[in-house]
Design a protein. Structure first.
Length: 249
């Protein structure tokens, strides 16, 4: 029996799309595989959600020997009065050697966690890929997962290694690298620097909006708009879009 007949139809369609994309001469040698991933174990993310914590992935890797384990470094922000309770809950869940903690600020800790590696991480490692997004920290049962892989035979192998029960829709396309919505333009960066150096943000202020506008060579209304857009983006890095740092297995 043909092996293709045993594959789920969404995977077959995705593989056909991958072949058609790879056949184009002007395509870069990398492809992006997007999956709707259904997680079986949400205990860690549920713990963070219960304590009102906001984890951000700093880096991750797989161990080389023995049963594969996933080691992650998380930058976690939580209310100062809940830090100790969060750490106690983590120590109850993880063995002593699988958890390391560094207190960064009163309401911020750096965690090093070691857990059995999920199949999706092992599949990414074997295929030589890199995660562009991680569903493991999502509070939802289903998360969007994106992996950058070399085109060719590794993609079918990768899809076979991902458990069918944990995989939803599959899409394969060229990687799209779009600038962050919170990235400052050169003009905004200069305006913030000038305003800061002149003391516009000091209390009491040492420089007026007119002073900043003259230093920038623009009008007051334009200077105010630039500063507002820049400060909104800075606020977005903290409260809006979360910075994504690729975790390399």
């Amino acid at each position: 029996m043909c092996a293709a007949r045993n594959r789920p139809r969404p995977v077959v369609r995705a593989l056909r799309n991958a072949k058609s994309v790879s056949a184009t001469s002007d395509v870069p040698p990398l492809l992006e595989v997007r999956l709707d991933y259904r997680r079986e174990d949400r205990s860690l993310s549920a713990l963070f959600q219960r304590e009102g914590a906001e984890p951000r992935l700093v880096a991750c890797r797989l161990t080389e020997s023995g049963p594969r384990r996933l080691v992650r470094w998380l930058d976690v922000r939580v209310a100062e009065e809940r830090v100790d309770r969060l750490l106690i809950a983590l120590r109850r869940r993880l063995r002593y050697r699988n958890l390391a903690v560094a207190r960064l600020d009163p309401g911020r800790v750096l965690l090093r966690l070691s857990e059995p590696a999920p199949p999706i991480c092992i599949a990414t490692y074997r295929a030589g890929g890199i995660c562009a997004s991680c569903p493991l920290l999502s509070y939802e049962e289903e998360g969007r997962w994106s992996v950058i892989l070399p085109r060719g035979a590794r993609i079918p192998t990768f899809l076979r290694d991902v458990p069918e029960g944990a995989r939803g829709r599959v899409a394969i396309a060229r990687p799209k690298l779009s600038p962050s919505a919170t990235a400052l333009t050169a003009r905004q960066d200069r305006a913030l620097k000038v305003a800061y150096e002149q003391g516009y943000f000091d209390y009491p202020r040492r420089a007026s909006l007119g002073d900043v506008a003259r230093a920038l060579g623009t009008g007051r209304s334009s200077a105010l708009e630039i500063l507002r857009r820049a400060t909104a983006k800075l606020a977005g890095t903290r409260y809006g879009e979360r910075l994504r740092i690729f975790g390399i297995p």
